[in-house]
Write a protein that binds this ligand. Structure first.
Ligand SMILES: Nc1ncnc2c1ncn2[C@@H]1O[C@H](COP(=O)(O)OP(=O)(O)OP(=O)(O)O)[C@@H](O)[C@H]1O
Ligand SMILES: [Mg+2]
Length: 263
């Protein structure tokens, strides 16, 4: 059995740090976390073969990994399956097939980049915070090219250009999931993304002009995507609300302390 002795190499700001600074025991060793074999008598409650209730650290790491796999891998692969279906149905000529392959290659690179980012985080290596407005604009351009849905970005200069790695990974996953939902569920023609800041609160607002949630969804209903977005908002010290009305588009609003963008 192993116990955690210190922080991951990314320091206290590292996404896994919360699981470590508490000095919690974990049932399985996590790469990138400094572990040491427990002294005899240290962990009376942890006997080999005994069925353990997961510690809060383990639950934290599991939830984090589940979000990363949903947002960074499963979500992109779903998009690729849809794209392949579309190409098969359209039976495009050689040129169309070439364009489809280019697009699938770009999506494959995206999945690989996500997997690398997750592995770097698990290993405790620092990850690069993106230059926010360039990253957002590139994401929206790509979304438009793939879906034909128009996009508009407002107020990107009201936020710090360089975010911390911790903020950037959680924010980028929230925006990617929201756009993925627009693509899958909305039938929208336009997506508006707006960034603003007032009284120490940073606000990200993403709205589409699509069909809104189906009535059967009900207010309590949510999938893994919405759950993940809300968890990421909490991790950033903020909250995320979804507004949607049948036939009236869907919006997500994220509000967080502005200091969390860079710490
Ligand atoms: N932009 C949107 N327009 C219309 N309906 C939406 C939109 N976003 C979400 N929904 C509805 O809310 C539901 C929940 O979304 P959520 O992202 O939580 O789960 P999901 O996309 O169905 O699956 P996943 O867990 O893979 O994300 C969707 O199934 C859809 O019915
Ligand atoms: Mg979703």
């Amino acid at each position: 059995m192993w116990i955690i002795l210190g922080c991951p190499r990314g320091g206290p700001g590292h996404p896994l740090a919360a699981s470590v600074v508490e000095g919690e025991r974990v049932g399985v060793s996590q790469p990138g976390v400094v572990l040491k074999r427990a002294e005899p008598g240290h962990l009376q409650s942890v006997r080999p073969g005994a069925r353990q209730r997961p510690s809060s650290a383990e639950v934290y790491v599991r939830q984090w990994l589940a979000r990363e796999l949903h947002d960074g891998v499963a979500q992109v692969l779903t998009g690729m399956v849809m794209e392949i279906e579309q190409v098969k149905a359209e039976q495009t000529g050689r040129r169309g097939a070439q364009e489809a392959l280019d697009s699938l290659q770009a999506s494959t690179r995206n999945v690989l980049a996500s997997v690398r980012q997750t592995l770097l985080t698990l290993r405790g290596e620092p990850t690069l915070g993106p230059n926010l407005d360039e990253w957002l604009q590139a994401l929206l351009d790509r979304f438009h090219a793939e879906t034909g849905i128009e996009t508009r970005l407002l107020g990107a200069d009201s936020w710090p250009a360089q975010l911390s790695a911790h903020a950037s990974i959680n924010l980028s996953r929230i925006v990617e999931e929201a756009l993925h939902n627009v693509r899958l569920h909305s039938g929208a023609q336009l997506v508006l993304v707006s960034l603003s800041e007032a009284d120490g609160v940073a606000r990200l607002y993403l709205r589409d002009d699509g069909r809104g949630r189906k009535e059967v969804d009900g207010p309590a209903w949510q999938g893994l995507g919405t759950l993940g977005m809300k968890e990421r908002a909490l991790i950033l010290g903020g909250e995320l609300r979804v507004e949607s009305g049948f036939g009236d588009g869907t919006a997500i609003e994220l509000r967080l302390p502005v200091g969390m963008l860079t710490s």
